[in-house]
Each structure stands twice: as structure tokens, then as C-alpha cells.
Design a protein around this ligand. Structure first.
Ligand SMILES: Cc1ncc(COP(=O)(O)O)c(C=O)c1O
Length: 494
């Protein structure tokens, strides 16, 4: 039966941009209008002749635009019988979100039966992505990352990619990378391991999540440093475990006074986050003994100890472990760049299989091509060179911060824990309040983090100040600005 011709749907599109072929401009403008619902499924489009006249193009251009839409499945029909918008659009099949046709009626909040985990889980605080200013914390100097070298290594890896690498990977990670990591961690960090114990993870955060899932049931106790790392509080909080707060003193995290039955302890012995204390040998041995006797595991987060500026790097706690109680984790987020999302987790031999199983049922494994690039970047010596170069630059920036702080911040902020890492902490003097300082600093284009945001265990008001990502000129200016803010606030509080 001949189809009854419907009236053509009128539409107008914005003028074409210079430099883009006219047919491509028209096809993408029509596609957008179809997807936004302004031209409905089933609607007939004006004829190619009409459109050619309306927009001043040749019919061939309009036919080419329609052909492109036909090939993508947005329209059907042919020259002569009319061109119609397909009743089922390709993006609908692909479940792509489309703008509503008309203002949607307000939806009632659906009743959902979600898990306890879903009720407890909180999003990881989003990172700041604007260019670094004084005193941005927790980020490396990304402007100094050797992007061209990384691109060269990545290009070579992809040119030589094997079918095996494109196929599927091992839950523990790409073996050549695990071998390189085992060698590096043994020599640089004093870790005792073989490649069979090394798992490649998507950053420390995944190591925290896996450790929580493997070692904790709801209601079990997990000990966390207070003040401590927010990412750990989020991961363990979501697990439903009971969090036991550990005080931190000049020797590092203190053993809990009463709790004897914790299943897991998370700590940052090389450079306590955020106070910067290095754990003493006596305290390390006491923790290992405590964990061994109580059947607990220690998760050692070695997040930034590659950047040590005073004395020799402290070997990992894991290297002292004779009973297989330590899980050791670290990340390339600070040594290379945060969006890489690659890190490692070194496991006691008897826990390798269960961790591999836990990983295999979530993300299966970390993408193999990314692991292959990192592996070559390490094997070719670029990683070692980059870390050495950054250590020098960070040492210089740290030196500027400490010298200027001596001169301008004395009596206002007492810097502490600047022996390693990308940032330091300072204790506020003269009754100054960290939140008030952070607010005033934000108004003067500098940033500081009050230590109170990392927990209430500091018992004193303080600030975290980053230096690694900040150029020396900006540190000089930032210290002077901070000094005037602190002076003004101190005057007001008296
Ligand atoms: C204490 C601590 N651990 C680990 C990390 C890195 O975690 P990820 O590898 O998940 O980025 C950070 C980053 O700021 C940190 O501060």
C-alpha cells in the first residue's frame, strides 16, 4: 500500500562554521535535533531540493548529509519517496541519554531496597584540577612530567602489542610489571617479596577496598590513624567495620589502649599522613608483635616515601615482618601522575589467591596496555630518572618554604614533619583556628587545609601546606600572604 506522505517537518539550523564541510555540518545539526526530540521519530524531513534552496547549497551536499544520517540509522527512505526519521533511533538502542521532549513531570522518589554498603558509602572527595597555586597539597608537579617520553614509550608498546596482551590479563597483573615492581620495591624500599606476591592495583584506593573486603565483616574492628587519610576512612567506613581511632605521637601511630581484637590496622609508618611523623623502630616492632599475637593484619601505606629529603629512606615495615602480617601498598599517583591509577599491593604468600579472587570478581584486572607502558617506562630507566629529578626540585621548593616560614611565620605557624613527601604540616599559634585561616586564605588566592579535616586526633589547630607542585616564586609570595592573614586573624582573636 502506498505510504501516505506526511507534511514535512520544518526546522532551522544555525549557520555552518567555516572550515567544516557543509554536508557534515548539516548532518550533525539534524542528528542533534533528532536526538533532542525537536524532530520526532517518524517525522518526514523536507526534500533535498527544498533544503538546498533554503540553505543555498547544492542538492548533492544535502543528499550527502542525508546519506550520512541514513548510514548511521537516524533516517530511512530514499530520494523520491521522502526521508523519514527512524522510529527507533540508534542512540535509543545504545541507551544513550536523550534530552526530554517536554519538561518532565516531577518524578516521585522511588523506593529502593539498597544494601547496607550503599547506605554507608560516601564518594571520595573530588580532586582539585585547576592549576596548582600555593599551597596545593597531595599533588606532584604535573607540569614537569615528561609527557613526550611517556608518549614515546606508549607508542612503542602499542606498535609492538601482542595478541596475548590484547586478549585477557591475570588478576594479579602483568607479569613483567610485577617482576619490575618486585625488584624496585626490594632495592628501593627494603620490601621482602617475590613477583608472585605483587598485585597490580588501581591505586592505593583499590588496595584499601580489597583489604576491607577480604579481611573485615560488618562490626569487625579496624584501626585507623587519627588524624589520618580520608580515603582510608571512606573505604573502611563503607565496609561496616567499627573504626578504632589511633592517636599519633612523635613515634607514629600508638597501639590501642583497650582494643585487642582488631582485624586490620591501616597506617603510614614512613611519613604519617598528615602529620609527617616517621614511625620509630621500637614502635614498628611493637606493632608487628601486636598484630602477630592478635591475628591482625597491618596495611602499610607507603604513599610518598620516595621523596625523602632528610637522612636515608626508611625501609618499609614490611621488610621487618617475619610472620606474614603486613600488606604493603603504594601508588604511582604521586611518583608519576594521579590519573594513571596504578599502584601495587604486596601480599603475604598465603593471601595471594584470595586477593586475586576478590580482584577477579570486580574489575578482573588492571588494563594490560597501561601496565605494559608503565613496565617499559620503569625498565628503560625513565621512572628512576624522573623520581630523582623530582626529588631535587621538591627539595628546593621545600627549602624555600622552610626558610621563608622561619622568617615570616615564626610565632604564627610552627612547621613540622617536612622530612619527606609533597607537603608538610604546621601548628597554628596564638589561638588561630584552621578553618578560619583556610577561608581567609581562599579569599587571597592561596590554599591551605586545616588539619581538623583529617580527624580530631591532632588536638591542636594546624594546617597542611603543599610545596611540591608550587613554583618557588609562588611559595615566596604565598608565605608572605599567609603571614599577613595570620597576623590579621591573630589580632582579631585577641
Ligand atoms: C595517605 C595517602 N595514601 C594514598 C594516596 C594515593 O592513593 P591513590 O593511589 O588511590 O591515588 C594518597 C593520595 O593523596 C594519600 O594521601
Amino acid at each position: 500500500m502506498p505510504r501516505r506522505r506526511r507534511a514535512a517537518t520544518a526546522f532551522s539550523v544555525a549557520p555552518a562554521e567555516a572550515g567544516s564541510p557543509a554536508y557534515r555540518w548539516l548532518s550533525s545539526a539534524l542528528r542533534a535535533q533528532i536526538l533532542e526530540g525537536r524532530i520526532h521519530p517518524g517525522a518526514r524531513l523536507p526534500s533535498t531540493r527544498e533544503l538546498a534552496r533554503q540553505y543555498g547549497y547544492s542538492r548533492g551536499t544535502i543528499v550527502a548529509a542525508f546519506e550520512a544520517l541514513r548510514a548511521e540509522g537516524y533516517v530511512a527512505g530514499s530520494v523520491g519517496s521522502g526521508t523519514y526519521v527512524n522510529p527507533v533511533l540508534p542512540d535509543e538502542l545504545l541507551h544513550a541519554p536523550r534530552a526530554p521532549r517536554a519538561a518532565a513531570a516531577p518524578m516521585q522518589k522511588p523506593v529502593r531496597a539498597l544494601s547496607g554498603f550503599a547506605r554507608r558509602v560516601r564518594p571520595f572527595p573530588a580532586g582539585v584540577v585547576t592549576p596548582a597555586r600555593a599551597f596545593r597539597s597531595n599533588v606532584p608537579a604535573l607540569d614537569l612530567f615528561p609527557v613526550a617520553t611517556w608518549a614515546q614509550v606508549a607508542g612503542r608498546c602499542f606498535r609492538r602489542v601482542t595478541r596475548r596482551q590484547l586478549n585477557d590479563g591475570d588478576a594479579l597483573g602483568y607479569l613483567p610489571l610485577r617482576e619490575a615492581l618486585s625488584e624496585y620495591l626490594t632495592t628501593a624500599r627494603g620490601v621482602r617479596c617475590t613477583p608472585a606476591q605483587v598485585m597490580v592495583v588501581a591505586g592505593v584506593q583499590e588496595a584499601l577496598d580489597l583489604s576491607a573486603r577480604v579481611s573485615l565483616d560488618r562490626g569487625d574492628r579496624v584501626c585507623l590513624e587519627n588524624p589520618g587519610y580520608v580515603g582510608a576512612r571512606h573505604a573502611f567506613g563503607a565496609s561496616g567495620a567499627k573504626i578504632v581511632a589511633l592517636d599519633v605521637d612523635t613515634e607514629g601511630a600508638r597501639l590501642p589502649q583497650r582494643t585487642r581484637d582488631a582485624r586490620l590496622v591501616y597506617m603510614t609508618p614512613a611519613h604519617q599522613f598528615p602529620l609527617g611523623v616517621s614511625m620509630s623502630l621500637t614502635r614498628r616492632l611493637a606493632w608487628l608483635d601486636w598484630a602477630h599475637r592478635g591475628g591482625a593484619l597491618i596495611l602499610e601505606d607507603d604513599y610518598d616515601s620516595e621523596f625523602r629529603f632528610v637522612g636515608r629512606p626508611l625501609p618499609a615495615l614490611q621488610g621487618l615482618d617475619r610472620h606474614g602480617v603486613v600488606l604493603f601498598t603504594g601508588s604511582f599517583g604521586k611518583m608519576l601522575f594521579p590519573s594513571l591509577r596504578l599502584g601495587y599491593l604486596v601480599l603475604p604468600p598465603d593471601l595471594v589467591d584470595v586477593f586475586a579472587a576478590a580482584k577477579s570478581v570486580s574489575s578482573r584486572h588492571v588494563p594490560v596496555p597501561d601496565q605494559a607502558v608503565l613496565c617499559d617506562f620503569i625498565r628503560d630507566g625513565h621512572f628512576g630518572r624522573h623520581v630523582r629529578r623530582m626529588r631535587q626540585i621538591y627539595a628546593e621548593r621545600r627549602g624555600v618554604l622552610l626558610t621563608d616560614a622561619q622568617q615570616y611565620l615564626r610565632g604564627l605557624l610552627e612547621i613540622t614533619g617536612a622530612e619527606a613527601g609533597l607537603q608538610t604540616a604546621g601548628w597554628l599559634q596564638r589561638g588561630l583556628n584552621g578553618e578560619a585561616v583556610a577561608r581567609a586564605a581562599g579569599e587571597r588566592d592561596i590554599e591551605v587545609i586545616p588539619l581538623s579535616r583529617f580527624g580530631n586526633g591532632a588536638r591542636r589547630e594546624g594546617l597542611q601546606l603543599g610545596f611540591a607542585a608550587v613554583e618557588t616564586d609562588a611559595i615566596h609570595r604565598g608565605v608572605r600572604t599567609l603571614a599577613s592573614i595570620l597576623e590579621e586573624l591573630a589580632r582579631d582573636t585577641q
